[in-house]
Write a protein that binds this ligand. Structure first.
Ligand code: FE2
Ligand code: FE2
Length: 279
């Protein structure tokens, strides 16, 4: 059941290609012991692979904006899908016995229900704020994963992906500025969108992905760990390396506070975030 797609994607605009990565040097025997890395890579592969479901919503929402629509379809979506394909290929290489397609189907049946049009923000400017927060989340996730993993191929791959996510953030931010003008979007509305999305970041998507990755990975083991134990372990590993300063800086940017105000707001927020994360 492992029909991992290895054929070239032939997209002219991808800034790196899965086909150019060499998986041969991976020390699979050593890596196979690392349940934590499996779960982090696998749950990321699920969310990335589910991207096209979300894209339909986004593309519909920006249907009469050719600039945004074109970028979403020609750049953003193929890049996100390549992230999913690359992570899936990595999993398949190191854990060939894992039934990725089966696990993904399970994950997807639950995940797809969350991706409805009603989940989008009330205005396009606010949706762009939400997208910035999502890309902030992925940027910092892959940066932390890059620090946590000591396997060179995975380090390389996570860094490629991290850089793509930074570019996505920059695009969504640019489009946010456009709609902010157009909608005369004030700071309270930006704040509201920002808050809604930040509050959502920790639960939903990542939790669903992790739950299905763990359920399928530990299936058949004599004493499978509880989901609580699994998520606590993975969370502790990541939060120790999580780039909090970067997260706060990226999250605050759409508020356009100006240099001094932003620096003034950053410090207490970093402190709060650090306390929340490291507890
Ligand atoms: Fe991605
Ligand atoms: Fe992204």
């Amino acid at each position: 059941m492992h029909n991992v797609s290895l054929e070239a994607s032939h997209h002219p605009d991808l800034r790196w290609r899965l086909e150019d990565l060499d998986f041969a040097p991976i020390d699979c025997a050593r890596l196979r012991q690392r349940d934590d890395l499996f779960l982090l890579v696998c749950s990321a592969s699920f969310i990335e692979s589910g991207t096209d479901t979300y894209t339909r919503n986004l593309v519909d929402y920006f249907a009469d904006d050719a600039e945004v629509g074109t970028w979403l379809v020609e750049h953003w979506e193929p890049e996100e899908l390549q992230h999913g394909r690359a992570l899936k290929t990595y999993i398949h290489h190191v854990w060939p016995e894992f039934d990725w397609d089966g696990a993904y189907a399970d994950f997807f049946s639950e995940y797809a229900k969350l991706c409805t049009l009603e989940q989008l923000e009330p205005t396009r400017g606010q949706e762009m704020v939400a997208r910035c927060i999502v890309e902030m989340g992925t940027t910092t996730y892959y940066q932390a994963l890059n620090t946590v993993c000591d396997e060179p191929v995975l380090r390389d791959l996570t860094w490629h992906i991290r850089n793509d996510e930074v570019q996505h953030y920059k695009h969504f931010y640019h489009y946010f500025l456009k709609y902010r003008e157009r909608e005369a979007l004030g700071r309270p509305k930006v704040m509201a969108a920002l808050w809604r999305r930040v509050a959502e970041l920790r639960q939903s998507d990542a939790d669903i992905a992790l739950r299905h990755a763990a359920a399928w990975h530990f299936r058949g083991r004599e004493k499978p760990p509880t989901f609580n134990a699994v998520s606590r372990q993975v969370y502790a590993l990541m939060s120790a390396q999580y780039p909090i300063d970067l997260a706060v800086r990226m999250a605050l940017k759409p508020l356009l506070l100006g240099g001094r105000m932003q620096r003034w707001a950053e410090r207490p927020l970093v402190a709060v975030a650090r306390r929340v994360l490291l507890n």
